[in-house]
Design a protein around this ligand. Structure first.
Ligand code: ADP
Ligand code: ZN
Length: 289
């Protein structure tokens, strides 16, 4: 089966042609300009490749409520040209094929659960620590949607006892994203994360916030695997610090086989940087059901 996958991001659009086995035969990337300029180019690409279904993992917030008149829209994004833009509906109208639609981070969670680190598990989560922080959860084999979709990157956290930085989130200041996303690191320390590799205090504080959030997700949803992606996780020293911090925050209260082997419980993406586009491919597969 020939399927299309679109990972729609705020800076670039990654498009792929693949099949139901997760094999990608062709991939291109276009800059995200305005919908008027960008959407027809994407539709042309998918039309030329004669796909049978399309899956879209999209930056958000998006409307995932199938009963809503704005289902498949990007809603209140700070990228103004894309506010109230119909994505799923646009491609359905242009291509006349089934279109699967979800958030970008739900796409990544689905990609990893189908072909990556959480394959075969009924309960898992994927979290990206990048320009923003976002998380997708799979519970009992299904992506969690709910009222809107989880916005777990904005989880409210206890500040570190020695904290002096107020936080960068325009809504909450010191939520997880406000304290730990790439731009927060840069604002707090005056340099980009990639240039702070040798500063232990940077990564200890980073692990404090991420570890605290993960402990909370563990206590609420009990995932069987946690996958950490995004640019900030390219810091190799960070993951072991997060392992330590999660254990410290849980304080021995939860005892499981998974937590005893935490190096295999909280892991980096197995699909390297393809979890998003492969998740979109799986959304295309599922759109035909
Ligand atoms: P996005 O979230 O925009 O999709 P990324 O996941 O690549 O993109 O995240 C970009 C953020 O990650 C930026 O804030 C950048 O400073 C940070 N980042 C990228 N590479 C590194 C690195 N090696 N170490 C620390 N931070 C990094
Ligand atoms: Zn916030």
């Amino acid at each position: 089966m020939r399927l299309g996958a679109l990972e729609a991001g705020g800076t670039k659009m990654v498009c792929a042609i693949g099949n139901e086995h997760g094999e990608i035969e062709k991939q291109i990337s276009l800059p995200t300009e305005t919908p008027k300029i960008t959407l027809p180019k994407l539709a042309d690409f998918f039309r030329e490749n004669q796909i049978e279904a399309l899956g879209i993992g999209c930056f958000g917030p998006v409307d995932l409520n199938r009963n809503s008149p704005t289902y498949g829209y990007i809603t209140t994004t700070p990228k103004l040209a894309w506010q109230n833009c119909s994505m799923a509906g646009y491609f359905q109208k242009e291509l006349h094929i089934p279109v699967g639609f979800d958030t970008d981070v739900n796409g990544s969670a689905l990609g990893e659960a189908t072909w990556g680190a959480s394959q075969g598990l009924e309960n898992s989560m994927y979290i990206t620590i990048g320009t923003g922080v976002g998380a997708g959860f799979i519970v009992n084999g299904k992506l969690v949607h709910g009222m809107l979709h989880p916005e777990a990157g904005h989880m409210l956290l206890k500040p570190h006892p020695k904290e002096t930085y107020e936080g960068k989130c325009p809504f909450h200041k010191n939520c997880l994203e406000g304290m730990a996303a790439g731009p927060a690191i840069e604002a707090r320390w005056g340099k980009k994360g990639a240039e702070l590799a040798d500063r232990d205090e940077v990564w200890e504080l980073e692990a404090y916030y991420i570890g605290q959030a993960l402990a909370n997700y563990i206590m609420v949803l009990s995932p069987q695997k946690i996958i950490l992606g995004g640019g900030v996780m390219h810091q190799k020293q960070l993951l072991p610090l997060i392992h330590k911090e999660v254990k410290a925050q849980l304080a021995g209260y939860i005892v499981t086989r998974e937590l005893e082997d935490i190096e295999h419980y909280i892991v980096l993406p197995a699909l390297k940087d393809n979890q998003g586009i492969m998740g979109a491919l799986k959304l295309a597969v599922d759109s035909r059901k």
